[in-house]
Design a protein around this ligand. Sequence first.
Ligand SMILES: C[S@@+](CC[C@H](N)C(=O)[O-])C[C@H]1O[C@@H](n2cnc3c(N)ncnc32)[C@H](O)[C@@H]1O
Length: 322
Amino acid sequence: MQTLLFSDQCEQPKAVNVASVPQRSPFRYPGGKTWFVPRLREWLQSQTQKPALLVEPFVGGGIVSLTAVMENFVDRALMVELDQEIAAVWQTIVDGDAEWLADRIQNFELTRDTVDAVLGMNRRSVKERAFQTIIKNRTNHGGILAAGTGTLRKGEAGKGISSRWYPATLAKRLKAIDHFVGRFSFMHCDAFEVIEAHSTKADAVFFIDPPYTAGGKKAGSRLYTHHALDHEKLFRVCSRLEGDFIMTYDNAPEVKKLAKEFGFQAKPISMKNTHHAEMTELVIGRDLDWMMGIDRLLEEQAVYNATSKRFKKTAIKRKRAS
Ligand SMILES: C[S@@+](CC[C@H](N)C(=O)[O-])C[C@H]1O[C@@H](n2cnc3c(N)ncnc32)[C@H](O)[C@@H]1O
């Protein structure tokens, strides 16, 4: 079979058992890549040697790093994030305080008043800020931490502010990550610094999932506090990497143009189920042969309608502890 370069054809999605993808992240993260995990496994498996390091410069909810290490596809993962609220959570975990955070979550009685009290406090320690972030992430609309997003009022099934609060599940996830803590590193800094610092490492692979703001797209800017990015620079920096990389992007003309300019392959990938199949993302890399003949992905997750003033969940069909 021939590799599809810049094809707009997206194979029809086949059923993939989403339950076979373990939810490992303590976040419910807008733009999270849990749906991509089956592909991630295939990409990592296609490496000629087990990579010593996975670098994830835009880590967000971290499902890619967590999966790569916890399923033993790589020896170590280096997670990078600029957002200080998210950074506090990853820092707390790599500092060995995941148990502390798990206990804090389990002992918290969540009501609107206690949430307001936690969010209103000036947290000094990193781990207290991590707790605050988890509370905010679980009680804000869509898990969005960026300014301008309010807390859940009606929530799901009339459960209001606690409709996404699963303390036992969160504690379990944190404790599971803690078993692998020695294999994760975290840096609270700019993605470019880290990508460039690791550019000559042939045994490192890079998973690059920037905010989707190329061509003036609004989606990324509403979801993340840090969204301004020099996309052309990102492509240039990637073109100089010794190690293999993939990028995921929105399927936009500007992005395809950049991929062409830098001689990369780009393939659309369906990210929703057949009922909402109109949306695709792009996977970009030097060689996407590993993407041939493999089942498409399915996802039933919140879809943020970038054209409306407020983001609306338009595709939540199934209630999941995501
Ligand atoms: C599309 S999200 C990543 C989602 C992630 N792949 C997941 O599965 O949850 C992009 C992330 O990059 C972060 N970010 C934006 N600009 C950054 C920069 N210059 N350096 C590091 N992180 C940045 C944002 O805060 C956001 O968390």
